[in-house]
Ligand binder design. Structure first.
Ligand SMILES: [Zn+2]
Length: 389
């Protein structure tokens, strides 16, 4: 199976192709935008454009040998790196480097078999020093087929929380400082603020905006073969990101992976806002005692839940959500006479928990502490005096 065409963003694609044809495309790019919005897919489109034997203003020709190979992710000058879970039993640096290369090859194989994949997954992943070194070594060699070789470094912020050092980021930095001729780097990140400032300053950045809900729904029906009703439902939850919409698709009777995380976040909010405090402890011990970095999606959804809570507390309608979800939020607002002004304070607590999780604190402790803080911020009178009550 080959990659599907890049969906949406026509004027951006045209500008990029024009810059490439005109010789003004910078050697190191950083694409940023929300999770699942298509940053890696755009990076792959760019790689196809740069490797194509007869590119045009419309993009890669999709007919030449290079386009054929790149479309199947089999082009020897296209190198795609992304965060991976830590391999087990890799006791020496050499073994780790080998295990990571094997895991990367396996992930690519999986992607070739199934190129339409959801964003997310709660397993903690990193871009390791060993991978950054292997990338640098490859970048020093000559391209195999043409004049260019492309390195895609996806979710580049995963270089930052390394095992006690930023060596991996520094290894990449050296490459960005002096890219060998013909070497092109494309970084993607949903959280560019977490990249080293020196990495940001050595790349040319641009933002990939969300698609319209209609574009997402059309993609799901045309390219992913989703039934119209389900496409409309997940399109409504997508926030303009195809990868996010895919994460909400039902898998048989089971909810999609993002739906599960969203339900988990709702469960946490419901524990924090329950009548008695004992639910908070019960909610916290359902988490494992390691792997706090895998909680990032959960915190993002918790912030979304808090945003919905603020809307309900302000008497505004919700964009998405089932009647039961709306009912739960209304009930919580009434029970605690909750004022929307308390929500930003609660959001700040989520941010603090996120920082602790990045520091790899025990997830049970992070969650338990967070639920206490949320309860305090959201339910104590006095934080937000309500006139007339
Ligand atoms: Zn071509």
């Amino acid at each position: 199976m080959s990659l599907h065409p890049h969906w949406g963003h026509p004027s951006l694609l045209e500008a990029l192709a024009g810059a490439w044809m005109g010789g003004s495309l910078p050697a190191a790019l950083l694409i940023h935008g929300s999770k699942g919005v298509g940053k890696q897919h755009l990076a792959l489109w760019l790689a196809r454009l740069l490797l194509c034997e007869s590119p045009g203003v419309g993009g890669p020709c999709e007919k030449c040998h290079s386009c054929y190979l790149a479309g199947k992710l089999e082009h020897p000058d296209l190198h795609w790196y992304f965060p991976l879970p830590r391999p087990k039993n890799a006791t020496t640096p050499d073994k780790l480097a080998q295990a990571l290369e094997d895991a990367r090859r396996e992930a690519l194989e999986d992607f070739r078999a199934n190129p339409i994949q959801a964003t997310g997954g709660n397993e903690p992943k990193s871009l390791y020093l060993a991978a950054a070194r292997s990338l640098r070594r490859k970048a020093q060699r000559r391209p195999s087929m043409g004049d260019h070789q492309i390195f895609i470094i996806a979710e580049a912020e995963a270089l930052a929380p390394q095992e006690s050092s930023s060596e991996a980021a520094n290894a990449l930095l050296k490459l960005l400082e002096e890219p060998p001729s013909g070497t092109r780097l494309i970084l993607t990140s949903a959280e560019p603020g977490r990249l080293l400032p020196t990495i940001r300053s050595r790349t040319t950045q641009f933002h990939l905006p969300p698609l319209t809900q209609k574009e997402v729904t059309e993609f799901l029906i045309t390219e992913a073969g989703v039934e119209e009703e389900e496409a409309q439902r997940v399109g409504g939850l997508s926030r303009g990101a195809i990868g996010r919409a895919l994460g909400f698709l039902r898998d048989g009777d089971a909810p999609g992976p993002l739906e599960q995380t969203r339900l988990e976040a709702q469960g946490l909010l419901s524990a924090a806002l329950a009548r008695g405090p004992d639910q908070m402890f019960r909610a916290a011990i359902t988490f494992k005692s390691v792997g706090a970095r895998g909680l990032r999606d959960l915190f993002n959804f918790l912030e979304e839940c808090l945003g919905e809570l603020a809307r309900v507390a302000s008497g505004l309608p919700l964009d998405a959500g089932t009647p039961e979800e709306v009912e739960f939020l209304k009930e919580a607002v009434n029970r605690w006479s909750l004022h929307p002004a308390a929500v930003p304070l609660a959001m700040r607590r989520v941010d603090e928990a996120r920082a602790m999780a990045a520091g790899n604190v025990n997830p049970q402790l992070v969650i338990f502490g967070l639920l206490h803080e949320l309860r305090k911020e959201l339910t104590s009178p006095g934080h937000a005096p309500i006139p007339g009550r």
